[in-house]
Design a protein around this ligand. Structure first.
Ligand SMILES: C[S@@+](CC[C@H](N)C(=O)[O-])C[C@H]1O[C@@H](n2cnc3c(N)ncnc32)[C@H](O)[C@@H]1O
Length: 214
């Protein structure tokens, strides 16, 4: 029984869906991940005129925060869970009507955006599920303009291994150094791992980088 419960939660973390996804997971993600989401957006140093994408926006806490700064540029969210997109479109109806936000269904490996569109991209608590890390980072690089900023927020391996019931199958445990190496190899400069020190985010990291010139 308990094992089945953990299996359900693990699959909801990977791809929240249905009523449980829309009602329970959105709230749980927004609350549980608030510090890391804030740390990731802080590392991006968002500006009012940014064209910013959060890839895998889940419950949408990143969108809410970004909207406090970005009022001249545009905010984009992409998620392969159509339930997260529907939830976000309801929750952020006003921002969408004002022409400040676009939420789209899509996979990281086939992002529905033209080359060089974004000036900043974040992806938070998604790296554990990337099928192909180098290809995923190339995809983020493709849509960033040269000099554009990337932030990858995640819990380090030591922390994710402590939640074995939720992370034992088909889950990538990553160390900060490993992510720094992957991001550097994908054509990014100034790659740094920022350890997070919040109450909940201790053991989490934000790897921040800039897309290198062509
Ligand atoms: C664990 S949740 C994290 C949500 C939010 N970023 C946070 O930190 O609270 C992972 C989110 O990324 C989405 N996701 C995972 N892999 C994806 C992929 N390859 N393409 C698009 N979305 C993906 C899931 O649907 C889910 O909404």
């Amino acid at each position: 029984m308990q094992e089945r419960f953990y299996r359900v939660i693990a699959s909801q973390l990977r791809r929240p869906s249905g009523r449980f996804g829309r009602w329970v997971m959105t709230r749980a993600l927004n609350q549980g991940n608030a510090e890391l989401i804030e740390g990731s957006l802080g590392a991006l140093e968002l500006r009012p005129d940014d064209r910013y994408l959060d890839a895998g926006f889940g419950g949408g806490r990143s969108i809410e925060l970004a909207a406090k700064t970005i009022d001249l540029g545009h905010i984009y969210g992409v998620d392969y869970s159509s339930d997260m997109v529907t939830h976000g479109q309801r929750r952020f109806r006003k921002l969408i009507q004002e022409g400040r936000l676009s939420l789209l269904a899509g996979d990281f490996l086939d992002l529905p955006f033209r080359d060089h569109l974004m000036s900043a991209v974040s992806t938070i608590n998604t790296i554990y599920f990337w099928a192909e890390p180098p290809a995923t980072l190339s995809s983020f690089r493709r849509i960033l303009r040269p000099g554009g900023r990337l932030a990858v927020g995640f819990s380090g391996a030591e922390k994710t291994r402590a939640y074995a019931a939720l992370t034992h199958s088909d889950f990538r445990h990553v160390q900060a150094e490993e992510v720094v190496a992957l991001v550097s190899a994908a054509g990014f400069d100034a790659v740094r791992a920022l350890p997070q020190r919040g109450k909940v985010s201790r053991g989490d990291f934000v790897v921040v980088a800039q897309r290198a010139d062509e």
